[in-house]
Design a protein around this ligand. Structure first.
Ligand code: PBG
Length: 341
């Protein structure tokens, strides 16, 4: 006699996974080109497109190359870029960052000319522009900001805030839609908001790198942006990877100072932080899948140890699932192509 008691009564989970269309129907998280911000490294020169060795498929480009790049991004449906500048000359104050003819202001104008609706985010930090490679003004006897009340080599907070505000106004006046302070300098959001407001750039938004960790995963970027610190490291101003509550404190400060959007960086090693910030705050949340996260997936794929496409898309999905609204990623262009395929 046929029994009505099923041999395997619980197939409820597997029924929902049986076919591709069924899986698509019940999928909780999806990726879209709208989610991505593509990082661009801009340098002086003409017709320059230098491959970055440690970041396959990524380049340092001269300004005249940006038009074609932006056209390609638009054709893929990518709507935002973040700019990093490599100046011709570095000095103790990182003056190229606030020079209206500096590399990033030039790049912003070029992109806005080529594609007015491309959203331009300007990474706001001094490490690419200073000769010592730190993210702000360093106390040195030869500096005009020298103070004998703090040790030599100390990052001077107030002098740095002043220059961050100044540079932000220059980038905003060149056409940047969003200023993204990335130096973890105390008070940076308030100083930049103040500078933008008094200069009439009330509509320029601030995306704060609110919880930025002192991470080993920035290694390839420092080649790409030619910005390794010439002495010491950044652990005096970036966060200790061991800390979770401190991230929430940093985020709270930036929210109070007027940030419009928040960022957690890096992404994959800090998915727990992304989730907590998502659950506690309502502001849009970005996550930066940094150079090392990108390069290690490529390196493994080059060895035949991982499938590049699947690993990259899975990593992006995990970041979205953790709660990021947008992802800054070097995979943006490839991901869009793979998603369509
Ligand atoms: C600072 C900045 C860094 C990155 C983005 N902005 C470098 C750092 O803090 O050392 C790293 C991004 C990456 O690794 O992809 N201007």
């Amino acid at each position: 006699m046929q029994t009505l008691v099923a041999e395997f009564p619980e197939l409820r989970a597997r029924r929902m996974r049986r076919t591709r269309t069924m899986r698509q129907l019940v999928r909780e998280t999806s990726l879209s080109p709208d989610d991505f911000v593509y990082p661009l490294f801009v340098r002086y020169g003409e017709d320059v497109k230098n491959p970055i060795k440690s970041m396959p498929g990524q380049f340092q480009m001269s300004v005249d190359r940006l038009k074609a790049e932006v056209k390609e991004l638009k054709s893929l449906g990518i709507k935002a870029v973040i700019l990093f500048g490599i100046p011709a000359h570095k000095d103790p104050n990182g003056s190229d960052n606030y020079n209206p003819e500096g590399i990033v202001p030039q790049a912003i104008r070029e992109i806005k000319n080529a594609a007015p609706d491309m959203l331009v985010i300007s990474d706001m930090c001094f490490c690419e522009y200073t000769d010592h490679g730190h993210c702000g003004i360093i106390n040195m006897p030869e500096s005009s900001h020298y103070s004998d009340r703090v040790p030599e080599g100390y990052l001077l907070n107030d002098a740095t805030l002043h220059l961050l505000a100044k540079a932000s106004v220059v980038h905003a006046s060149a056409g940047a839609d969003i200023i993204a302070p990335s130096g973890m300098i105390d008070g940076m959001v308030r100083a930049i908001r103040g500078g933008l407001d008094v200069s009439g750039y009330k509509n320029t938004a601030i995306l704060s790198y609110a919880a930025k960790y002192a991470s080993s995963f920035y290694g390839p970027f420092r080649d790409a942006a030619e910005s390794p610190p010439s002495f010491g490291d950044r652990s005096e101003y970036q966060m200790d990877p061991a800390n979770r509550r401190e991230a929430l404190k940093e985020v709270a400060l930036d929210v109070a100072e007027g940030a419009d959007m928040l960022m957690v960086k890096p992404a994959m090693p800090y998915l727990d932080i992304i989730r907590e910030v998502r659950d506690r705050y309502t502001l849009p949340l970005a996550a930066y899948q940094v150079s090392g996260e990108f390069s290690m997936i490529h390196a493994a794929a080059q060895n035949g140890w991982l499938d590049l496409e699947r690993a990259a898309l899975e990593s992006l999905l995990s970041i979205k699932r953790a709660g990021a609204d947008l992802i800054l990623t070097y995979f943006a262009k490839d991901a869009v192509k793979w998603m369509g395929g």
